[in-house]
Design a protein around this ligand. Structure first.
Ligand code: NAP
Length: 302
């Protein structure tokens, strides 16, 4: 492994999982962690999310050759500013943020001259905080690297090797393409889940008790997604605005077409779409990105 010491800034679900995964898969690599919340630092020390829990980002970054920012995307620039002047020359800076164009720009602004390769492990749960992390979070999940123009290919390879060692599969693409793809595979589904759960809770002629009682009809699967961290998701929508609005426009057109099909009794249109979508679900299971069991095989990890 190219990296001898990894600094993890932000010790919630993602940061904690990286620390635990390094301990499991890369026992020779040193880890230091920092979180701005003192309570999180205490809990992180108890759970040994990193070998050393530090009182500042600068202290965690001392001697680190890889620094990974694991904070909400809206907090990236602030967290990166705290590292300014404290990084080892040549230390690689990365992150795990769910949107990439705004994060890349923020990191470049805060840390000029430092090598930066943003990343996004497409792995997570609806839980957050220092108790949420687990060592196997990245197993068989994709991690997308979005190196900027001119990034050193050796550093791209080293970061790729790091994520592969944690159990992930790595793909490289531009930040622009990442934001478009993730808008449709992650951001819009979250927006739909937040909206439908909000709509159900605002209904006046169906009681909240009924919504909960009959949730197995489909609603409960949306509630899992709609339980995701409000800070994280607020920041994702504000930071991937263009791609989300573009995909939302297309979704709205398709929804209107469904509305028309139902109104005009066009069963063929409904049947054709539902058949196509079923095939997508099968492909996801075949490619081991989900589990066919009714609880999605998620067990204790939600
Ligand atoms: P989380 O569990 O809430 O952890 C983030 C931690 O960072 C919190 O403890 C937060 O403290 C801390 N923090 C905020 N600003 C900081 C700063 N300037 N310096 C140090 N620590 C700071 O969130 P998460 O789910 O791990 O998400 C972290 C990142 O991963 C986000 O960018 C998100 O987009 C990305 N991501 C999340 C998922 C997912 O499913 N959750 C999946 C892939 C990628 P406070 O709570 O006190 O602010």
């Amino acid at each position: 492994m190219t990296f001898g010491k990894v600094a993890i800034i932000g010790l919630g679900l993602l940061g904690g999982s990286i620390g635990l995964a390094i301990r499991q898969h890369l026992p020779g690599v040193k880890t230091a962690g920092y979180d701005s919340d003192p309570q999180v630092r205490l809990r992180a020390a108890e759970r040994k999310l990193a070998q050393e829990i530090c009182e500042s980002a600068a202290e965690a970054a001392r001697g680190a050759d890889l620094v990974i920012l694991c904070v909400p995307v809206g907090a990236i620039e602030h967290a990166a500013n705290e590292l300014s002047g404290a990084l080892e020359p040549g230390a690689l800076v990365s992150d795990v943020g769910s949107s990439k164009q705004s994060v890349s720009a923020a990191l470049a602004r805060a840390l000029p001259g430092q090598p930066i390769i943003p990343a996004h492990p497409v792995a997570g749960t609806e839980h957050s905080g220092p108790d949420a992390g687990f060592a196997t979070l990245f197993h068989n999940r994709w991690c997308i690297l979005t190196p900027p123009d001119g990034a050193d290919p050796e550093q791209v390879a080293a970061l790729s090797e790091f994520w592969t060692a944690l159990g992930a599969m790595v793909e490289v693409m531009t930040a622009e393409h990442h934001d478009l793809v993730l808008a449709v595979t992650s951001h819009i589904p979250h927006l739909i889940a937040y909206t439908i759960v909000g709509t159900a809770s605002d209904l006046e002629d169906v009681t909240r008790g009924e919504v909960i009682k009959y949730s197995a009809g489909g609603f409960r699967d949306f509630t899992r997604i709609a339980a995701s961290d409000p800070v994280m998701w607020r920041d994702v929508f504000l930071n991937n605005r263009e791609a989300v609005l573009e995909m939302l426009g297309r979704f709205t057109e398709d929804l209107t077409a469904m509305q028309r099909a139902i109104r005009s009794g066009n069963g063929d249109a409904l049947f054709d779409l539902f058949t196509r979508t079923r095939a997508i679900r099968r492909s996801i299971i075949e490619q081991k990105q989900d589990d066919a069991r009714p609880d999605f095989g998620r067990g204790d990890h939600g």
